[in-house]
Design a protein. Sequence first.
Length: 149
Amino acid sequence: MMGMSTAQEYKLRLNTFEAFIQNTYRISIDTLIEQIKQDSKDAYEVLNQYGGYQKANHNITNLTLKQRVVTVKNFLEYYDVDISPRKFKLKVKLPKIVRRNKEALSKEDIVDILNTCSDIRLKTYIMLLAATGMRAVEALSVRIKDLDL
């Protein structure tokens, strides 16, 4: 079961695809699906053109572009259009998603943060995070009985 915001995002993506189909092919989505099933249109070509259209006409990130194309792929598969994962990867050009590496704070940064804290509890919390590498939520869930002093 998906949340309301997820459903709205999928609706937005499919509405964008519908607008693309109407502007590019001057047909409805139902007609497109029938043409793909009858082999008069190539699903991979449609997906590739849709990706290019999104990149050229919308100021979106590479991740958003990929999500939109994959949503349409899943939509077509729902309507029994066979899309091979291997052929999809070969024929549909999607940009690579580059993830930036996160860098740890330097010792000087941590000292600066500690020096600006006036609350002893906050200082203790920050020192715990810095010393252990715990995530914030993990550190918040530590109880006194969890400690072996």
